[in-house]
Design a protein around this ligand. Structure first.
Ligand SMILES: [Mn+2]
Length: 347
């Protein structure tokens, strides 16, 4: 399941993170990236899209988003990875041997999935077909020169999951059984690692909930003590200078920020967070498009070191176009004046 289609072009990729039913943002971004609508799909003469998962839930147009993404995959214009929302939806709509849903239908889980259920109301068999399709989505992609995963690149988890697919019922059950190695590995790569916080470091999150666990960065950890603010994910979510004992990071992956570029989404970074890599080879693209943020793509052309000007969002493309238009106008005026002064000049 980690083998991409043979015809895939691997050095001209537009990497697009969590869409969460925001079909309008996706179409606007594809259009501005130079993709054309061809029938019910989109394509580009030279490029392909790499989607990072979380197509569904929260936003208003899950159904249209799934059609678009699947059609692009079917036509060889995109590869689509699995996000934690797809993983959860598969569990929600699959049953164990005693007929119970693999993911409990409690109010929290229903609420998280409600926008998708609403959007497919009256089209439940179509949702069932998409769930079957989601089971086959790769959970990570390793091209050698590029890596991509929904939340966290963890070698240990990825070697454990290699070759497995949720289309296999035994694996599907194991993946949904708390405490199994499969469950832990999937939690790690699709939701990202957390560390338990000592009670005196518990803090209130943005929703006012007390948090005893902290979602943390999974690259570039040093041996010294680091503060909560230095390691908390998403970056900028905490300003606490409280120090955390290095031992708490024993089970957290520590990706080398100067190795193979790795792309991920998932973390709901603030919409105004700077659009640039978090470290040389570390690139989170989720700027909360699922709520009010921009949908941000990275236009990758095989480079080893990532850079800020390869980040594309509709807003940024429009700003660049305004900038170009302004300079084109200035150049036109200069030419016009030069022509008046020196009518014979070919300038
Ligand atoms: Mn996610």
């Amino acid at each position: 399941m980690t083998t991409p289609p043979a015809a895939f072009n691997f050095t001209s990729l537009d990497i697009i993170p969590d869409i969460h039913g925001q079909l309008d943002k996706l179409e606007a971004l594809l259009y501005r990236l130079g993709y054309d609508r061809t029938g019910s799909s989109w394509s580009h003469p030279q490029r392909k899209v790499l989607f990072l998962g979380d197509y569904i839930d929260r936003g208003p147009k899950t159904r249209g988003t799934l059609h678009l993404v699947k059609n692009m995959v079917d036509e060889g214009s995109a590869i689509a990875l699995m996000g934690n929302h797809e993983f959860n939806a598969i569990g929600f709509h699959s049953k164990d041997s005693s007929g119970q849903p693999l993911r409990e239908h409690n109010s929290k889980n229903i609420q998280q999935h409600q926008a998708t259920l609403d959007d497919f109301a009256g089209n439940e068999s179509e949702l069932a077909d998409f769930i079957a399709w989601m089971k086959g989505l790769p959970m990570f992609l390793d091209l050698g020169s590029l890596r991509a995963v929904h939340a966290c690149w963890c070698e240990k988890s990825i070697s454990l999951l290699k070759g497995s697919t949720l289309e296999d019922d035994a694996f599907l059950i194991a993946a949904n059984t708390e405490g199994t190695p499969e469950y832990v590995a999937i939690e790690t790569i699709l939701k990202g690692p957390q560390i338990p916080l000592p009670p005196h470091l518990a803090f209130a999150d943005k929703d006012g909930q007390t948090r005893n666990e902290l979602r943390v960065r999974w690259w570039g950890h040093e041996k010294k003590q680091q503060s909560v603010a230095e390691v908390a994910m998403p970056p900028g979510c905490s300003d606490s200078t409280d120090l955390i004992a290095p031992e708490l990071f024993t089970s957290v992956p520590n990706y080398d920020p100067n190795s193979v570029p790795v792309f991920f989404g998932h973390y709901w970074m603030a919409p105004d967070w700077p659009q640039k890599p978090l470290a040389n080879s570390i690139c989170c693209l989720d700027f909360s498009a699922g709520t009010g943020g921009p949908l941000v793509a990275y236009r990758w052309d095989g480079e080893e070191e990532l850079f800020a000007s390869a980040f594309f969002s509709v807003e940024r493309i429009e700003a660049a176009e305004r900038h170009r238009a302004k300079w084109a106008e200035i150049e036109r005026q200069v030419r016009e004046e030069a022509h008046k002064k020196y009518p014979e000049s070919p300038y």
